[in-house]
Structures are given as structure tokens and as C-alpha cells.
Design a protein around this ligand. Structure first.
Ligand code: B16
Ligand code: MG
Length: 220
């Protein structure tokens, strides 16, 4: 049977943690007298924690010293992790669990490729940590998407060539990273935002019934 490397982004693909990031960033912004909107939160999807705080400070035209910066990062993450505690299997985005189960039955290699440093505890809360043969997260990479480092590392860990990889992503930067690496890019979200992807679906439930089979034969 043909084998492909199936690589999943976390936030926005497997689970919707963007709403938790939003609450935590909003509280942090208000502690600095910065107004932070949902539209701005959209722009932080797939962006690292450090870079996110830098952007919020830029938007709010505020400067803080290094020590306060570090404190604010810790404060944000602690609040975020409290919300992550409430997650369970019900929070896996529609269709993802069945998609993973089907891949497992076909013995297809599965990896996570995420910017989050909290990827492992989140997957554990969702009860699907052991479904991933490899995990590359924000603790493993030095270059952020659209740099393809995260997905190339995932292929290395799976022992698969990058031309055999299929990436599922909700962010533009993530789709670009997959394309740069010559991987098949599948966008999850709105066509108008993800037009650079090879194909776009609103959710895993919108994929055709034989989609995994189609992907096994698909080339870039
Ligand atoms: P953490 P993804 C990204 O996850 C989120 O989309 C982004 O909003 C967040 O800032 C980033 O992870 C870092 O997360 O603070 O948990 O390290 O979409 O790459 O799975
Ligand atoms: Mg994402």
C-alpha cells in the first residue's frame, strides 16, 4: 500500500484553542491598557507566543522592559493553560477523530506540526496523544511558519520524504510553509483566506468519503 506522511497543524485543525488564546491575550492587553480585537487575534493564528506579544505591543504602541515582557508571557500562558484544562475529547473539531482512526487502520504515518509549546498537554487532554507517530511543536523549531522547518522535521521523524507529505493547516503561513516544502497543502477554513492551498475544506466533514484514498494517489 502507498504510504504518505499525514501532518496536522493543531490549533484550528484538530481543536479550536484560538478562543482561549483570544481571552488570555485580551486580558493581558487590557492589563497594559491596550485594546485588542478579534480581528487582531485572527492575525496571531499560527504565530509564536513571543511574536504574538511583540505584535500586540506594536499595535498598542507600547514598550515594556525585558523582565515585564517575560512576566507577561508567563501570565498569559498560565491563564491559557487553565482554559486548556477544560478540554476533552468532545472538543476535537468535527470529523478529525474519525479521519485519524481511519489513517491508523491503514497504518499511515501521522505527525503533528504546530507552533504551540503546549501541543503535548493539549493532545493528552483530547485523548489522542498516542495517535501521533511524531510531534514537532514550538519547543522543537527555531524558524516560524512560513518557514517549512516544522513540517520538514516532522517528515524526518516519520522517516518519509517531503514529497510524500500532506499538510492540514488553517493558517496562510502554514499553507505557504507546506507549499515551499513541495508538500500537498490542504486548507481548513475559508477558501478566500486559503486560496494558496491545493484544496480547501470548511471542515473534515466536508471531504468526500473516499478522500483519504484520493490523497494517497495525489501528487503536487
Ligand atoms: P503556545 P498552531 C499556534 O498553534 C496558535 O495558532 C497561535 O495562536 C499560538 O500563539 C501559537 O500556537 C503558540 O502557542 O502559546 O501554546 O506556545 O496553529 O501552530 O497549532
Ligand atoms: Mg493553526
Amino acid at each position: 500500500m502507498i504510504k504518505k506522511a499525514f501532518i496536522f497543524d493543531l490549533d484550528g485543525v484538530v481543536v479550536d484553542t484560538a478562543k482561549f488564546h483570544f481571552v488570555a491575550w485580551q486580558n493581558l492587553a487590557s492589563s497594559l491598557d491596550i485594546n485588542f480585537t478579534e480581528e487582531e487575534n485572527e492575525q496571531l493564528k499560527g504565530v509564536s507566543r513571543v511574536r504574538s506579544l511583540e505584535k500586540i505591543l506594536e499595535w498598542g504602541n507600547k514598550k515594556i522592559d525585558k523582565e515585564t515582557f517575560e512576566q507577561k508571557l508567563i501570565q498569559k500562558n498560565e491563564e491559557y493553560l487553565k482554559m486548556v484544562e477544560t478540554l476533552d475529547q468532545k472538543d476535537i473539531l468535527p470529523g478529525v477523530y474519525d479521519f485519524l482512526i481511519h489513517l491508523k487502520k491503514q497504518d499511515q504515518p501521522i505527525a503533528l506540526g504546530s507552533a504551540s509549546k503546549n501541543a503535548r498537554p493539549i493532545l493528552k487532554k483530547l485523548g489522542i496523544l498516542n495517535m501521533f507517530d511524531a510531534i514537532v511543536d514550538g519547543t522543537d523549531v527555531s524558524k516560524a511558519k512560513p518557514d517549512p522547518e516544522v513540517f520538514l522535521n516532522a517528515c524526518k521523524l516519520l522517516n518519509m520524504p517531503s514529497e510524500n507529505a500532506i499538510v492540514f493547516e488553517d493558517s496562510i503561513a502554514g499553507i505557504q510553509a507546506a507549499n515551499i516544502a513541495g508538500m500537498i497543502s490542504i486548507g481548513l477554513g475559508e477558501e478566500k483566506n486559503l486560496s494558496e492551498a491545493d484544496e480547501v475544506f470548511r471542515s473534515f466533514l466536508d471531504m468526500p468519503a473516499d478522500y483519504q484514498h484520493q490523497l494517497l494517489n495525489k501528487t503536487k
